[in-house]
Design a protein around this ligand. Structure first.
Ligand code: FE
Length: 374
């Protein structure tokens, strides 16, 4: 579940209907707003906010509500819909773009005269211009500047003849924002290789460094180890969390379900480095969801793996030979290999070195589109 698939569907299906009483549809309005933001040199987060500022109109059927005098709070609905995926740099300008209109009407007399008739009608439904105190409170808000810019692009993005780059261009951009400047480090390798021990050591090492996050996984298995503490849930509970979009990544292995909570995606969006133990089969899904993914493959010779698994004697491990003999191809990606067959402190040192030296920024995709305005 990427979130962007749903967003794309909303814009290309429901978004083709007319945008209230305006002369264009929601899809074109969204593209024009994003294009104005991009042309103004806005951050990718703010361009994404411009693209998605009215998504709340599409997540519920509020067509014509403003004309009937009903405020459906599309700004809150949209911001809340996007909150599991995007940082506040995207969601809060969206949440504030309606009150930004009330602020601009109160503080800039010429602004009110420029509004379309539909926008004047919705202003009245939304509470009219701010009073002096409300204006002061709004101006002090961390995201008010971005919301005002978004509001102005919103007002101009209603030109039936304007040409813009295609939706795919802005979805690529939104995907980069969604993925965030942080990175996801996947620790993979056969059972018994020592992944959990290495991760536990790194978690202790970085206990006071908020840049590193070691999320607790959700697993349909009781918690049997003090080293790998996870949220233990039933199959039914797992399914429910998954259906509600609670995981940014989930997979199945050895008859068990594993999930990584959505807070991980938010941490990456905030620029943090997330380190998590995943099945090798989950790498491709992670690469599809996040832009900056590193893989650390922890291995050990077969006889060492067998001995460790036998000593662990965990009922849910299943057949030891099966687990050790599983030879899974790693998908095409840069992989750092740590052979954990000697003293544990050597492997821990190698693991910490790798975490400290993986590159921290993903190169942005080139922008092949130019903005054209007639
Ligand atoms: Fe709008």
């Amino acid at each position: 579940m990427t979130g962007l698939a749903d967003i794309s569907r909303l814009l290309t299906e429901k978004g083709m209907a007319r945008y209230g009483a305006e002369a264009i549809n929601q899809h074109d309005h969204a593209l024009q707003c994003a294009a104005l933001a991009e042309r103004a040199g806005a951050s990718e987060a703010l361009v994404t906010a411009a693209l998605l500022h009215d998504i709340g109109h599409l997540t519920a059927d509020d067509e014509g509500a403003a004309l009937r005098g009903i405020d459906m709070r599309h700004e809150d609905r949209g911001a809340d819909f996007l909150k599991p995926f995007f940082s506040e740099n995207v969601t809060e300008p969206i949440r504030l773009h309606v009150v930004a209109k009330r602020y601009l009407c109160a503080t800039n007399p010429r602004y009110l005269n420029r509004l379309s008739t539909a926008s004047v009608n919705s202003l009245n439904v939304q509470g009219g211009p701010f009073n002096a105190t409300e204006s002061e409170v709004f101006a002090a808000h961390e995201h008010s500047g971005a919301a005002i810019l978004l509001r102005v692009w919103d007002d101009f993005a209603k030109d039936p003849t304007a040409k813009t780059p295609p939706l795919s261009h802005y979805l690529d951009l939104a995907e980069r924002v969604l993925s965030g400047p942080g990175k996801l480090i996947l620790v993979v390798g056969p059972s018994g290789a020592g992944k959990d021990t290495l991760i536990a050591a790194a978690r202790d090492h970085y206990a006071h460094d908020p840049h590193f996050i070691f999320p607790k996984r959700t697993v349909t298995r009781p918690c049997e180890s003090a080293i790998e503490v996870h949220d233990s849930v039933s199959e039914v509970e797992f399914q429910k969390i998954s259906e509600n979009g609670g995981f940014c990544l989930h997979w199945q292995a050895h008859g068990l379900q594993y999930g990584i909570p959505n807070s991980t995606a938010r941490a990456i969006a905030e620029g943090r480095t997330v380190v998590v133990n995943v099945s090798r089969g989950a790498i491709e899904a992670a690469q599809a969801r996040f832009h900056h993914v590193e893989v650390i493959n922890v291995t050990a010779p077969r006889e060492i793996l067998m001995a460790r698994l036998a000593a662990r004697n965990r009922a849910t491990d299943g057949g030891l030979t099966d687990r050790v003999n599983r030879d899974i191809e790693l998908p095409g990606c840069a992989v750092v290999e740590i052979v954990n067959d000697g003293p544990m402190q050597h492997s821990i040192a190698a693991f910490l070195d790798t975490l400290a030296t993986t590159p921290s920024a993903h190169p942005l995709k080139p922008n092949p589109h130019l903005f054209h305005q007639p």
